[in-house]
Write a protein that binds this ligand. Sequence first.
Ligand code: FES
Length: 359
Amino acid sequence: MVWLVGIVLAFGLLVVSYKRKKRYLETPLRLQVRSWQRYGDAYIGLALEGQRGEQLPTWSAGSHIVLEIPGANGLSRRAYSLIGGGDRCYEIVMARKFRGKVSEPVLSDLQVGQPILALPPRGRFFKLAKNPAKMICLIGGGVGLAPLVPMVKEALAKGSSVQLIHAARYEAELIKSGELESLAQLNSRFIYTPILSQEPDPLPGRLRGRLTADILRTRGVQQFDGDVYLCGSTDFVRDITRMVRGNGCRGTIHAEAFAGNSDNLPFTIEAGGKKFRQGHAPTLLAALEENGILPFAECRTGQCLNCRVKVRSGRVTPLVAMERGPLPDGAVLACACVAASDITLDVPAKYGMTDRPIG
Ligand code: FES
């Protein structure tokens, strides 16, 4: 009998702590723009601080925040990796060319002090092991560099040797290049390789052209048996994964795509009483969030199981990097798939819909 009471109590505690965590993660922080920096025409780096200069919730390498923008049809959300900051500031990078329902209102009239709502840092796009491999390799395409920068610092602090390859188009789009070059000069365990595909006259220390299997071979990827972390567009992640494997690399590949696949067709999605067409979204979750349907989401890497939605009709394609077996009751993880046809979804509370009143 005592054991039964123990089990009930333990279960009750679990439920209470889950609800508490969910409430915390779903309560937005009131931030404002502290400063910004342009990276060519493609990206803008934003430094965000609390509106009262207060201390902000802690974060770690690989964490992201989720910006919330109110609009005529309710809230839109979009996740951004933290590229830097501290206990009173979060730094993110926005792609200007993908101006969407979140980035457009933020960037159209950028001002110091501009208020921004953001859900607290959560999840880790990538999680460095407690004791990462002695040698790790990070490869970012464009703004996919963002989550990799704090990981470089964390891995170096843990004693790993780190190789970072950043593929961009122009010199001006090399995000945080000055900081990374200084880090490489100060630390013999860190190699930083920028590669520029369209810069007519690259500076010394840059490779010119597209990132190819041959270039990866010259960087020694074929001998690599530590962890490999890739972040970029879906196309970039798919292509580089093939090249890394094709070169005979034996390390574990961790991949995260931040932007849609050029093959993602604009299917009609019906959910939560709304109907919209959405293509080129990296995930079904991103498509829903842009359009004011807000499943509770924590990790965005297919691990926490919080973003479940039920497919009533239509098909989804699992993302290769996060493929997992079917969930009970016709549910899928919205962060781990894209629409493969017109679809109708159920997103009730039972399937993780946020229970915060959305105004
Ligand atoms: S948000 Fe964690 S599984 Fe989708």
